[in-house]
Design a protein around this ligand. Structure first.
Ligand SMILES: NC(=O)c1ccc[n+]([C@@H]2O[C@H](COP(=O)([O-])OP(=O)(O)OC[C@H]3O[C@@H](n4cnc5c(N)ncnc54)[C@H](OP(=O)(O)O)[C@@H]3O)[C@@H](O)[C@H]2O)c1
Length: 325
């Protein structure tokens, strides 16, 4: 198996690469080099979002690769997400159209509801997370069922091949499932060795819905986000001594051990980097295998530690993280 061939079959029969590039916090001028490096290294999945404000730059690189004949549209799997300012039934199509235009694509492979959160539409269109008094600016409840019905229409219209959710807890996933004509193919949630999401994973498995892991190496850059209000000393998963020992044992880096651990659990991973050497390093995880004993050793470092608590949205009715599952 190689980075470009390792895929998961989704519950709609379509295939999706198990490994890809994350792009949250990748600025437009940085993301271009990142995407070029990733594509050249064999990455075939790119994860972006309306909220990341970098779809346009990603679209430019894709166009460049298509025009140069280096890549065909069907060779690449693009995932983007419904804007949090447009998480209302009436705005779903608008969000999709804007993303397609920015990405210069006729369709994406996967469109996710970014979060069960409907922010107030701000005056500044670039203010994708309007914050008021230190909190996300919204008091609205999300019409989860109504939004899902509009997501399904995007599949009918060919604007996306598959649809899914992100940051949904089990009860919210259940609400989608109950009304779904088109099932969600994945739920993109925080998942790593300190927060392995085994309960949610078990629950989702019965519906053949794999986890798409964000923060797979512990998101060391999240502290710099304006969404982060936790000013305590950050806990750095990459510095965990158990992971360090395994890195020495397998002659790999801690990041590679953490990514391999998730891949061996059949979890989709999308490590983010704008550093070319790290992008190549992260993709170089297909030439070794963690033994079952070492997989168990990694299970043992679970701290039940959610790094993305998203405190600034904790006041909203649909805040998903009160429940553990
Ligand atoms: N759905 C959601 O709500 C949600 C939330 C968060 C993230 N995501 C998605 O998931 C992706 C991954 O999550 P994430 O970006 O939060 O965290 P991550 O991939 O766990 O970590 C990314 C950070 O690690 C650094 N890094 C990357 N490779 C490294 C290596 N080999 N050694 C040391 N440091 C390394 C990067 O720095 P440099 O870039 O400076 O190299 C960056 O600061 C995101 O980019 C985004 O696409 C989704």
């Amino acid at each position: 198996m190689s980075i470009s061939t390792l895929c998961v079959t989704l519950n709609n029969g379509k295939t999706m690469p198990l490994f890809g590039l994350g792009t949250w916090q990748s600025k437009p001028e940085e993301v271009k080099t990142a995407v070029r490096t990733a594509l050249d290294a064999g990455y075939r999945l790119i994860d972006t979002a309306y909220n990341y404000l970098n779809e346009e730059a990603i679209g430019e690189v894709l166009e460049e690769y298509f025009n140069a004949g280096k890549l065909k549209r069907e060779d690449i799997f693009i995932c983007t997400k419904l804007a949090s300012i447009y998480t209302r039934p009436a705005d779903v199509e608008l969000s999709m159209s804007k993303s397609l235009k920015r990405l210069k694509l006729n369709y994406v492979d996967l469109f996710l509801i970014h979060a069960p959160m409907a922010c107030r539409v701000p005056e500044d269109p670039n203010n994708v997370f309007p914050i008021k008094d230190g909190k996300i600016d919204t008091e609205e409840r999300v019409d989860i069922e109504g939004v899902w019905k509009e997501m399904e229409k995007l599949v009918d219209q060919g604007k996306t091949k598959s649809i899914g959710i992100s940051n949904f807890n089990a009860a919210q996933l259940e609400r989608v499932r109950k009304v779904a004509r088109v099932m969600p193919v994945t739920n993109q949630v925080e998942c790593h060795a300190y927060f392995p999401q085994t309960k949610l994973e078990e629950y989702m498995k019965q519906y053949n819905i794999p986890i798409m892991a964000y923060g797979p190496i512990g998101s060391p850059g999240r502290q710099n986000s304006r969404l982060n209000t936790d000013k305590t000393e950050p806990i750095v998963l990459l510095n965990d001594p158990v992971i360090g020992k395994l890195a020495t044992k397998y002659n790999k880096t801690p990041a590679q051990i953490l990514l391999r651990n998730l891949l061996q659990r059949n979890i989709i991973v999308i490590p983010k980097s704008v550093t070319p050497s790290r992008i190549q390093q992260n993709g170089n995880v297909f030439d070794f295998e963690l033994s079952p004993e070492d997989m168990t050793v990694i299970t043992g470092i679970n701290k039940g530690l959610r790094l993305f608590k998203m405190e600034i949205m904790a006041h909203i009715y649909d805040y998903p993280f009160h429940a553990d599952l």
